[in-house]
Design a protein around this ligand. Sequence first.
Ligand SMILES: [Zn+2]
Length: 337
Amino acid sequence: MKNLDPRYNDIPKTEIHVHLEGAIRTQTIIDIAREYGLKLPSYEASELDRRIKVYDQLRDLETVLKAFEIFQNSVASPKVVERIAWELFEDSAKQNIKLLEVRFSPDWAFSGHNLNWDACLEGLLRAKVRAESKFDMAIGYIAITSRSRGPESCVKTVDWAIRHRERIPAIDLADSERDFPLRDFVPSILKAKEAGLKVTIHTGEDTPASFVKETIELASPDRIGHGIRAIEDMKVVELIKERGIALEVNPWSNYLTNSVRTIEEHPLKKLFDLGVKTTINSDDPEVLETNLNNEYRIAHEVLGMSMEEIAVCNRYAYEASFIPEDEKKRVWQAYFQ
Ligand SMILES: [Zn+2]
C-alpha cells in the first residue's frame, strides 16, 4: 500500500532500483490510451487498477511479468516516455527521495510501438533536467537488457548504452533467470564493463544462492538486484561481502512474487546484520502498489530495523550509486549529513 506517513516521508531517501515501466500511474495509462486510441480492459481507474496491479501474493514471478503487457503498450511515443519519467520524479520528490536511479528496458519498452530509442532518451533527459532543478534531486538512468529478448537484444542494448555512456552510465540484466541462462549474456556484459559502464544484475530473487554465486563469478557485477536468496548459503554471503557488492533489496516485491513465503520472513535485516551492503527500494511502485515509504515501514515495523540502520542502507546506496560522483555528493552533503 502507498504510504505517506510523515515518519517515513520526511526522511531524505535514496532509491536505486525502480523500473520506469512499473511506475506508470493508472490515470496516465488511461489518458494515453484515449490520446493514442489504445485498447484497455477498462477506462475507469479503479476498475483498471484491478487488472494491472498486484495486491496479493502470487504463485510465481511470471504472472507479474504478464501484468506488464498493458504497461508496455502504453509507451506510445517519446512524449509519453518523458511524461511517465516526469511523473515518477514527481512521485519520488513527494517522498523526499533525493538520489534516484531509474532503469528501463529500451528493447522492451520502446518496441511495443517501434519507437526510436534516441528520441525516447531525449525525452528521458528532458524530464531528468527539469526534475533535478525543480526538486533538487540527483537522477541517474540504467539501461536494462531483458533476458527474454535474447542475446542479440543484449548486444544491441549494450552497444546503445555504450554510445550514450555519458547519459547512461550503467546496464542491468533483468528478467527470468531460470529460462535464460546467464552465460548467453556474459560476452555483452563484459564488453559493457570494458567500455566503462557499471553493471547490476537481477539474481537470487526467486532462484537459489547458486545463481548469485555463478553471476558473481562469471560477470562480476558492481551491484545485484535482489540477491536475497544468498542468505541460504553463507559462502555466497561471504563472497558478496568480499567483493563489496551492494544488494538492491525490494521487500514488498519479493513478498508479492513469492520469493519469500511471508513478509516477516524477509531476510533484509539478516543480510544487513551479517554485514552485507543492503539497500531498500520499491522495484515497481505502481504495479505492486507500493512506494519507498512503504518499504521503509516494512523494514522498520515488520523486520525490526532501527531508523539508524535504515540510514546506513541509505549510505550504502549513495556509495554504490552509479550517478557521477560530483552530482551524488552534492545531494548527499545537502540532505543526508
Ligand atoms: Zn527489478
